[in-house]
Unconditional design. Structure first.
Length: 346
């Protein structure tokens, strides 16, 4: 009995030593990881041109602010950032929400985000004025466009169901519109009736993307691709109809007064992977104005005001936000380093 007790006590001591060693190794690993993360954060913050960020409250109702997806390297990457419109290049405040695409208006936000996992999954998250999730929608592909109507009532999003670029022309999209007041979800614009040149148009290759809303919460514009061409279409949400109004127009953005549409126009002779020129269409006259930005812009531009557009171009940390006058004059100006998906809080 004494021998057996001795063996048990010896085994217990060895087990205790193993537990203590494992605990010490675990503590050391945690300390190493934490210090490495701290050093990485310090290194990222020290990179030339990296903007200063701080965590804090971000509101969709604080006037005079520019919100966007923060792309600066560090723990706040992909979070929604807020800066004063009058000092957009200065320090930014980042909220708790991670988004791949984002837009907001009148206290309503839409965030397209990754859900993680071995197999990538994505969702559209409706946000309130404090960036608190209100409702979640599963989406069938990679997020690419998002918009909220001026009143905050309607939201729209587009995802790539197959393919991941508008440049090559071989892709499939799915665009949904949600009415926050009635709770009605239109899961795909492909269910709407299309009129082309005044006649009903049926085709298996209809693709829609890039919704932009008018102030009446019924009229909207979007891109239709069919037969190897793209069209600006005007939508009627109540009637579930779409009609073509202009050819060779992608990713429209309606001006605050509802009279003009900014869009991407494909230009012959440009490279296949960079074919676009930012252009503004007068909806009344049909006149086009090519803008001073000559770099191909693969983005849905945003009207900063009635005279200026905001848009993203590739940058050192992913993308930067630029501005350009809408009258065709002036020259492009970088507004925000390491940012994309802007929204203006009036």
């Amino acid at each position: 009995m004494a021998v057996e007790t001795g063996r048990t006590s010896g085994a217990g001591v060895r087990l205790l030593i193993l537990v203590l060693v494992a605990a010490l190794l675990g503590t050391a690993a945690v300390l190493y990881t934490t210090r490495a993360a701290d050093r990485a954060t310090e290194r990222d913050r020290a990179r030339p041109g990296a903007p200063a960020t701080r965590a804090g409250a971000v509101s969709l109702r604080e006037p005079g602010r520019l919100l966007f997806r923060n792309l600066a390297w560090g723990p706040a990457r992909d979070r929604i950032a807020s800066v004063p419109l009058a000092a957009a290049s200065g320090p930014r405040t980042t909220g708790p929400r991670d988004c791949l695409r984002f837009h907001a208006a009148a206290g309503t936000g839409i965030c397209l985000r990754s859900k993680g996992g071995v197999v990538p999954r994505y969702e559209a998250v409706l946000l309130d004025a404090r960036l608190t999730p209100v409702r979640h929608f599963a989406v069938p592909g990679v997020p690419t466009r998002a918009r909220v109507s001026p009143s905050g009532r309607l939201v729209a999003w587009t995802v790539f169901v197959s393919g991941d670029s508008y440049a090559g022309g071989t892709f499939s999209t799915r665009t949904a519109v949600y009415d926050t007041r009635t709770g009605t979800l239109h899961p795909s614009l492909e269910a709407f009736t299309v009129f082309k040149d005044g006649r009903r148009h049926r085709a298996a290759d209809h693709n829609f993307w890039g919704v932009t809303f008018a102030a009446d919460d019924n009229t909207f514009y979007a891109t239709l691709a069919t037969g190897g061409r793209t069209y600006l279409v005007e939508g009627d949400l109540a009637r579930r109809t779409l009609r073509t109004v202009h050819e060779n127009a992608e990713c429209p953005s309606l001006s605050p007064d509802g009279t003009r549409v900014a869009f991407k126009k494909r230009v012959l002779g440009r490279p296949a992977d960079a074919p676009w020129r930012l252009t503004v269409l007068d909806l009344r006259t049909g006149a086009e104005t090519a803008l001073a930005e000559r770099t191909s812009v693969d983005d849905q531009a945003l009207w900063l005001d009635g005279r200026t557009l905001l848009y993203a171009l590739p940058g050192d940390f992913g993308a930067d936000l630029w501005s350009v006058p809408v009258d065709g004059g002036g020259s492009p100006r970088r507004v925000v380093v390491s940012g994309t998906s802007p929204a203006v809080v009036g």
